[in-house]
Ligand binder design. Structure first.
Ligand SMILES: NC(=O)c1ccc[n+]([C@@H]2O[C@H](COP(=O)([O-])OP(=O)(O)OC[C@H]3O[C@@H](n4cnc5c(N)ncnc54)[C@H](OP(=O)(O)O)[C@@H]3O)[C@@H](O)[C@H]2O)c1
Length: 326
């Protein structure tokens, strides 16, 4: 099985690294200092304890990384691990990697990446995926696995069984990854979205971790209301989630480590580009197009949108002045 990883960060580095460590032919498309480190030192994935526990590595001698996908050519599977806001600039990289039968696996949080990818490679090439793990790029060549089992759930657009899904499932399984092929991959994407978007949006406006959000009755209610809005938007978009999805998702919220925060919250707090458009923004946009009211998500989106716009202005000013804008 020949695999290309486009976007070798927390997700691409971890799952692509697992496949490479298991001996598959995995090529990494990366850039900058990360690419240099991958070529020079290989890939290191640190386990949840930060030491070797649960970690693994792929030596430079066994790791093939490039910034030019035409050096790789067509592959069986592409693992697409860029952030949602990076898709427009990363999608052209797919062209040399895709031929008839190639599967491009999306891993982005949210429900819109598959359609965005399909616009470039065609719907037949897209596999929808959802990652359950917490990882991040700790430095050039270094991924940190913080928590979560490390599972990948995926399937064809229309949920039909296929050889390429089965091949990937088996390869991941043999590489030590929990690989799940659900009955309805869209329901999986929406269920994860129903957790991450409210958690991310509310955490970002309050700057509070999940333990605080869930224990104050007012913010717990806001979480539940934001989730209910997403359940309604999902139904209007054609995916019926279980009636008790909000209750079971709040149970899941209650089982998370109290200090947990989302990547959205961390990126917004740091003044970095974020996935706001693809999370809270998508709830509002899709709700609007289906006539579903989303007042809680709309409030979160407007407040955070303003904050994000100001951070973008600040970044632009810093670029103009060489980093000295106050
Ligand atoms: N990490 C998690 O725990 C987790 C869990 C579930 C779902 N997800 C979802 O998975 C997606 C990826 O998240 P992530 O945490 O893995 O992001 P990440 O750590 O930021 O990784 C993205 C990687 O893609 C690279 N990249 C972007 N554009 C590129 C280009 N044109 N050429 C080469 N490399 C490029 C980035 O390089 P630069 O640094 O140079 O931009 C970075 O190394 C997101 O949608 C996220 O919501 C993440």
């Amino acid at each position: 099985m020949k695999v290309a990883v486009v976007g070798a960060g927390g997700i691409g580095g971890y799952f692509g690294g697992r496949l490479a460590a298991a001996g598959h032919d995995v090529r990494f498309v990366a850039r900058g200092r990360h690419l240099e480190a991958l070529r020079r030192d290989g890939l290191t994935v640190e386990g949840p304890e930060g030491d070797a526990s649960g970690g693994f590595s792929v030596p430079a001698s066994a790791l093939r990384a490039t910034d030019d996908p035409s050096e790789i050519g067509p592959v069986d599977h592409v693992l697409l691990g860029v952030k949602t806001w990076q898709l427009p600039s990363a999608l052209p990289l797919l062209k040399p990697l895709v031929e008839d039968g190639t599967a491009v696996l999306t891993t982005q949080n949210g429900v819109e990446a598959p359609a965005e990818v399909a616009e470039v490679v065609g719907r037949d090439a897209v596999l929808l995926g959802s990652a359950k793990i917490i990882t991040y790029l700790a430095g050039p060549g270094r991924i940190r696995h913080v928590g979560g089992l490390g599972s990948l759930t995926f399937g064809e657009w229309d949920n039909r069984p296929s050889d390429r899904v089965e091949t990937l499932r088996r390869a991941l399984d043999e590489a030590g990854v929990t690989a799940v092929v659900p009955q309805d991959i869209w329901a999986e994407l929406w269920a994860k979205f129903l957790f991450v978007a409210p958690f991310g949006g509310l955490g970002s406006v309050t700057d509070a971790p999940i333990g605080a959000l869930r224990s104050r009755p007012g913010t717990r209610r806001l979480l539940a209301d934001a989730m209910t809005e997403i359940q309604r938007v999902a139904r209007a978009s054609g995916t019926v989630l279980p009636d008790d999805i909000v209750t079971t998702t709040l149970d899941f919220v209650d089982r998370q480590p109290a200090e947990g925060t989302s990547s959205l919250q961390r990126d917004i707090a740091a003044g970095l580009p974020s996935e706001l458009e693809a999370w809270t923004g998508a709830v509002v946009r899709l709700g609007g197009s289906h006539g579903v009211a989303t007042p809680v998500n709309s409030f979160l989106y407007q407040v955070l949108g303003l904050r994000e716009a100001r951070a973008a202005e600040q970044r632009a000013a810093e670029r103009r002045t060489g980093g000295s804008a106050a």
